[in-house]
Ligand binder design. Sequence first.
Ligand code: FES
Length: 108
Amino acid sequence: MNKPTIFAANLDDVRPGKTKKVCFPNHAPILLANVDGTIYAVDDTCTHEDSSLALGCLRGSKVKCTLHGSWFSVTTGEPTDEPADEALQRYHVEINNNEIWIDLEPIK
Ligand code: FES
């Protein structure tokens, strides 16, 4: 497992049940999601077309794409409803001193 190397957000900015889109140079946007106090990081861009998942809602551990209605698990990255059929990339997360740090190399 790679060590998270880049600051993504303050923990207070991603409250339980909420998401936050974060952007980095030369990298696709990442969605942070707080599921009952645990932070997950996945690609923000839906794998069906190019819609931002940050526009959707988080219900439990699933986020909904507002464009065509697919749901994705933020814990596994897998879509749970059509039309999306490809998983989101996931990223390692570490919390340090109330800060969310992530590794921009996706989990294999
Ligand atoms: S763009 Fe997300 S389901 Fe179509």
